[in-house]
Design a protein around this ligand. Structure first.
Ligand code: SF4
Ligand code: SF4
Ligand code: SF4
Length: 450
């Protein structure tokens, strides 16, 4: 079965708050709002979407036309994947990306996330879950993109996030005081992951007391945007950063919002500060556009490219090298597993004998707890029991975790949060095979027989 189509809409006038005050509701000027909306002409009031929203951002009762409250919405698209009537639509930048590809002055870079490669070919008739890495990369190049793999920046995220966590352990648990770790006095345990923009926005709106606990590390996509227009522009591609158009290709509708956050202009800042660009260079974002898996399928369709017809071999270039740690970011527990491998190595001085930390995996559980024993090099092999939790896709479980932390900050040292059930593989930008693809996590049975 070929994946269902999702209706998309062009960014409407004023969707970034142009010409308005610095803040509108809880959006800053420049931030995209209304990325996911309900088409009132198609909504039949079945109430399914409300059961899948992780932040209770949808208003409406049975039989009534439903609406999304933009200030509460984290743009995750879970309602869209659940709606049985294709009444929920997504803002899309496909036209802008096609125009950039057709512009000979532009160097357009695709930045594909791990979870896209297990889903894209569903849009072209393949079975769900088929891995199509090389076909995806070849199709991107055929469409005119340069490829910069997000798996590479996911590796870098782990280096940053894992190192930050270890500094917290050294400061808070091992009692070290020195210039390397003293700033962690302001960043207490438990340490939270920061790579999911749905979780980050949810945390900012609903759990602001967690802000000091959340890793300061950017998401892999944003890390890639900054690196592409600085280091890669200079040392790999020999391009003027102003000519580079960075296109994130992700399973995630929340990444569309993330790309618009005004703080993500680090490449512009670095280039101007270091004299690579004139001081009066207009500000440009690290990531220009974020496309979902469904959007990139649309780009391929418009360009007459069928990824299934692409070769299954691909010659990896500098910006496409990565380890297995970057790849497992796409599913719940993956970020934690990758970070734990790094933490174990640094704290114990040894590689894990078996890098598969199975206790943190589990697509079908909304909350997982695990304890990882680590022999501490700094304490002659004394065992430190690292307690971790993994939360994905469930409002109730996240609330529970936050309640527990408020009472006992020592219950866990490290917590991974992914907004979508099972993590990004089930993101709101993935192909749809039918209504209610997130049904496993619904707290109630669907009201309709599908
Ligand atoms: S699931 Fe779709 S049709 Fe049903 S209430 Fe929500 S938007 Fe309307
Ligand atoms: S996009 Fe996510 S947060 Fe927004 S209404 Fe839909 S399910 Fe809720
Ligand atoms: S879990 Fe993944 S797909 Fe879902 S909101 Fe977070 S980053 Fe996006």
């Amino acid at each position: 079965m070929t994946a269902m189509n999702v209706v998309t809409f062009r960014p409407p006038k004023g969707c970034r708050g142009e010409g308005g005050p610095d803040y509108q509701g809880n959006f800053r000027k420049g931030e995209l709002r209304g990325i996911i909306h309900i088409n009132k002409d198609n909504c039949v009031g079945c109430d399914t979407c409300r059961k899948f929203c992780p932040v209770d951002a949808i208003d409406g009762g049975l039989g009534a036309i439903h609406t999304i409250r933009d200030d509460a919405c984290v743009s995750c698209g879970q309602c869209l994947t659940a709606c049985p009537f294709a009444a929920i639509e997504q803002m899309s930048f496909v036209d802008e990306v096609i125009a950039a590809l057709d512009d000979p002055k532009k160097f357009v870079v695709a930045h594909p996330s791990p979870a896209v490669r297990v889903a894209l070919t569903e849009e072209f008739g393949a079975k769900p879950g088929e891995l199509c890495t090389e076909q995806l990369l070849n199709a991107l190049e055929k469409a005119g993109f340069e490829v910069y793999d997000v798996n590479q920046t996911a590796d870098q995220t782990i280096l940053e996030e894992g190192t930050e966590f270890i500094k917290k352990v050294r400061y808070w648990l091992l009692g070290e005081r020195n210039d390397e770790v003293n700033m962690m006095a302001h960043h207490p345990l438990p340490h939270f992951t920061s790579c999911c923009p749905g979780w980050v926005r949810n945390m900012e709106i609903n759990y602001a007391s967690a802000i000091p606990h959340v890793s300061t590390t950017k998401s892999p996509v944003q890390m890639g945007g900054a690196l592409a227009k600085t280091w890669a522009a200079k040392h790999v591609w020999n391009k003027d950063p102003r000519d580079i158009v960075m296109v994130a290709v992700t399973p995630c509708t929340a990444k569309i919002y993330e790309a618009s956050r005004p703080e993500f202009i680090d490449a512009w800042k670095w280039n101007v500060k270091n004299g690579e660009l004139p001081k009066d260079t207009p500000v440009f974002p690290d990531i220009d556009y974020s496309l979902t898996t469904r959007d990139i399928a649309e780009v391929f369709r418009r360009k007459g490219i069928n990824p299934l017809a692409m070769p299954k071999t691909y010659e990896t270039k500098t910006m496409g090298k990565y380890t297995g740690a970057g790849t497992i970011f796409g599913c719940s527990g993956g970020v934690m597993e990758a970070a734990l491998r790094t933490a174990y190595f640094i704290l114990s001085g040894e590689e894990l004998k078996n890098p598969d930390i199975i206790s943190v995996r589990g697509l079908d559980k909304a909350l997982i707890e695990a304890t990882i024993p680590i022999p501490l090099k700094a304490k002659n092999g004394e065992i430190f029991e690292l307690r971790v939790a993994i939360v994905n896709g469930a409002l109730q479980e996240l609330d529970k975790v936050m309640r527990i932390i408020n009472e006992d900050k020592n219950r866990w040292h490290f917590i991974e949060v992914m907004n979508c059930p099972g993590g990004c593989v089930n993101g709101g930008g993935q192909p749809l095979q039918g209504a209610g693809s997130s049904w496993l996590r619904s707290s109630e049975p669907l009201p309709l027989k599908l």
